[in-house]
Ligand binder design. Structure first.
Ligand code: PRX
Length: 656
């Protein structure tokens, strides 16, 4: 973000009062903040009563920095909490998901009873394939109901899912499978995107060439394409799952039993396997969703427009929403599958009352124009949410006026894969909202903004965001690497969780999130590390050295800009630079994902380095954002950076 933009952003002083409609809700009592702050641990223990425990916990928190245990002597089953409890309570006929396909003609309605039947069948099928408690199962699926069913069936058995976003490449999938030693994979033959089928299974086949421990692959038939089949290893879902019994007797597991692993980018080339356990995670996802969205389970239709391949999908399409027993829309396609008003058609048709999405999507919808939402009846909406990156006030206001009819409160929710659930947010009936501010820590959560020495900053000042005490849905660590967990999150400010984000307290003490202060980039709400992309680039035989920075971008929040020096060999001068740049972009897509393709690649004979040989990324960021260059005196050759700035104008490339 440029300085000027930041200033303009923070100057925004508009305040919207708490919504009286929400203040009427039993949930919306201001004392919630003081009660929770007086004794957060007991407050969370009360919230844990939202869950169906097989054995009630008597322990609440055991805390040995940085390792927490919540409700450790309780036992429960996550899938029973999501599904069986509602059927047992006589709500089997209630719709769990209105699934909306990429094509307008494609839809399914799944009740809680049907969901329970499918989950039990899938659990029986996975058992037949050999899945047992503690096994790691990779899920590489498009947004179809079977993805949710697979996740619930896996945790029902006490196995651990590792959902890998289906947009990741074969290489990214195999490295994730290997890191946590997954022995099973659930996938689909393909997916639909704007009406076109695209294959998914070939990426699995390619990934598994280097994963000899994978014993079985369960494949949903989603498209009509031909698939390569490995007999003995591959099993069709419709042949293996559909013939199973719809009853399955669940086992109960300790609260601290690991439920899932979710890989996310940190500051190194290797993504971290963030893992979450059961009781604490489920308690916080259900509690936050209930209070923040002020849920009315009998009437609300929630649409969390995210992918189950990310934490938002896990917490607020699957676990939180199902525990709360609400009805949701789950959408397979892109925002413009079938036309630029597709989203608004869906909201109108299903009478969506709560929409939860990412700023990058809001900015895209905004670019398309307000005439698209204006052509539809969006009066069913009563609350809007955003997540994933800082939202600029302009997008916030557009969302409020054009989607929320200037009546729906907006909750800007800050959280991370590591936090498991929402941590900073307004509560619609209690707190005011400000365009661009996430406002306040959720009740029972301790947040601070500190300076370099770890001391709290005052109102009107900025610093590092830290979390001051343990919370139920906090990650229990990095899978297989407890030291890296301690080092990454708990060493910068001893005793405090260091989130990696910058934040500011405004004059009223409200919180504004300012983006990452480390080498993590946020591209359209997708988290990627600069090192990960650099690593991919230097893996190309023509690349000698690469430096990657995240530059601000009006639509995607940040965009990847790469500075690359090539290995010189005879004839290289002849090579077409544009072709080389395109080859490198495709290479990054192949190694990581199309979402990691640099917007621009600048081929340069040299990179700016300090005398100790460190690449000055700060200066490259200045170049990438067209800013005046900072201090260049520590460079070995200060002219390099000006040369790169000139190259930026001549040799850059970028499509999407
Ligand atoms: O930088 C923050 C940003 O997204 C990061 C977490 O990314 P991930 O683990 O992929 O989870 C995203 C979905 C929960 C954070 O470190 N971020 C997330 N929400 C916000 C945000 N930045 C500003 N405002 C938000 N509401």
């Amino acid at each position: 973000m440029t300085e000027a933009k930041l200033e303009a952003w923070l100057d925004e002083t508009r305040v919207f009062a708490p919504s009286p409609e929400f203040a009427k809700q039993a949930n919306a009592q201001p004392s919630i903040y003081t009660d929770a702050a007086a004794d957060p641990v007991s407050w969370w223990r009360k919230q844990a009563d939202r869950l169906v425990w097989h054995k009630q916990p008597t322990n609440t928190l055991e805390w040995e920095i940085p390792f927490a245990k919540w409700f450790s002597d309780g036992t429960l089953n996550a899938s029973v909490n999501c599904v069986d409890r509602h059927v047992a309570a006589g709500k089997g006929d209630k719709v769990a998901y209105y699934w909306v396909g990429d094509a307008e003609s494609d839809s399914r309605t799944i009740t809680y009873q049907e969901l329970q039947d499918m989950v039990c069948q899938a659990a029986n099928a996975l058992t037949e394939l050999g899945v047992k408690k503690g096994d790691r199962v990779a899920v590489y699926m498009p947004m179809i109901p079977e993805a949710v069913v697979a996740m619930l069936a896996i945790v029902r058995l006490g196995a651990i899912h590792s959902v890998v976003f289906a947009g990741f490449s074969a290489d990214a999938l195999s490295s994730r499978i290997l890191d946590s030693d997954c022995t099973f994979v659930v996938t689909a033959d393909g997916a639909f995107r704007r009406g076109a089928a695209s294959a998914l299974k070939p990426a699995v086949d390619e990934a598994l060439e280097s994963c000899p421990n994978v014993k079985a692959v369960l494949v949903v038939k989603r498209t009509a394409g031909d698939v390569h089949w490995t007999d003995g290893r591959d099993h069709w879902w419709h042949e293996t799952v559909d013939r199973q019994s719809t009853s399955h007797v669940p086992e109960f597991f300790p609260s601290e039993h690991t439920m899932f692993i979710m890989y996310t980018s940190g500051t190194t080339a290797k993504p971290k396997g963030i893992y979450h356990t059961t009781g604490g995670y489920l308690t916080q996802v259900a509690t936050t969703q209930d209070y923040i969205f002020d849920l009315k389970p009998d009437t609300d239709i929630l649409w969390t427009a995210a992918d189950i391949g990310w934490i938002t999908g896990h917490s607020y399409i699957v676990y939180g929403s199902l525990i709360n027993g609400i009805t949701q829309v789950m959408y397979e396609g892109l925002p413009d599958s079938g036309g630029k008003d597709r989203w608004w058609k869906i909201i109108e048709q299903y009478k969506v009352s709560i929409l939860y999405t990412a700023p990058t999507t809001i900015r895209t919808l905004m670019k398309w124009g307000k005439e698209f939402p204006a052509g539809h009846d969006l009066s069913s909406l009563r609350l809007l949410g955003t997540v994933g990156e800082p939202i600029n006030p302009e997008a916030w206001m557009w969302y409020r006026e054009n989607i929320g009819g200037s009546r729906c409160p907006i909750v800007d929710t800050w959280w991370q894969t590591e936090t498991g659930a929402i941590m900073i947010t307004p509560l619609p009936g209690i707190t005011a909202t400000k365009p661009g501010a996430a406002m306040r820590p959720f009740p029972g959560i301790g947040v601070d903004v500190v300076d370099n020495n770890g001391d709290s900053v005052g109102n009107g000042e900025g610093g590092y965001l830290v979390i001051t005490h343990p919370w139920p849905s906090m990650t229990r660590g990095i899978y297989g690497d407890p030291e890296r967990y301690r080092e990454t999150y708990w060493s910068r400010f001893p005793g405090k969780y260091f989130a990696g984000d910058g934040a500011k307290r405004d004059e009223d003490g409200d919180l504004w999130l300012l983006g990452r202060i480390d080498d993590v980039m946020n591209i359209s709400g997708h988290r990627l590390s600069t090192t990960e992309v650099e690593h991919a680039l230097v893996g190309h035989p023509a690349v000698a050295e690469a430096a990657v920075v995240g530059a601000s971008d009006d639509t995607t929040g940040q965009a990847i800009v790469a500075f690359v020096t090539l290995r010189m060999s005879a004839g290289d001068e002849e090579k077409d630079q544009a072709a080389m740049i395109e080859e490198l972009r495709q290479h990054v897509a192949k190694v990581i994902s199309p979402i990691a393709k640099p917007r621009q690649i600048i081929l340069t004979p040299d990179l700016p380095k300090t005398r100790s040989g460190k690449i000055m990324r700060r200066l490259l960021r200045d170049v990438a954002e067209n800013r005046q260059l900072g201090d260049v005196t520590t460079l070995t050759d200060p002219t390099v950076v000006n040369m790169i700035a000139d190259l930026m104008d001549t040799h850059s490339s970028g499509d999407e």
